[in-house]
Design a protein. Sequence first.
Length: 162
Amino acid sequence: MTKICAGNKIDFFVKELGERKPSPGGGAAAALTGALGAALIIKVANFTMGKKKYKRYDKEAGSIAKKAGALRNKLSAYIEKDARTYNEYAKTRSNASMKKASDCAGEISALSEQGVRICMRLKKIGNKNLKGDMAAAELFLRAAAKAAGKLIKQKKKRWVVR
């Protein structure tokens, strides 16, 4: 087990999140939340595969784990990408940088929604001993999708940061 302690990357990110500076902010936090949800999907899928009771779902659980792994990696990358694009917007206040920041938040929301759909299937076939982890995964992904979605809105075919 990895030792989780003060001074690690998670602790650093959480401290940075509370600082008085433009980023990281809500988009990066949403991306992290979505990545956590995807990681929990992988955990449940891994505890489903190889179990006699769930043998008929081995192949599907493996496919779900693979999809969730790709999703986790994408959302993890958006933690930094969101911070970068929002810093650019905060610095320039240009329409181009506004669009990039909005597109980034929109992608985080869309990826998290994709995770919710994956979650729904795994809830039906996955190891029932991990239903708490499954519930947490779903809640994290729904929260990430909603939080990132609240960062943007579309007005007259133009994305704006809220």
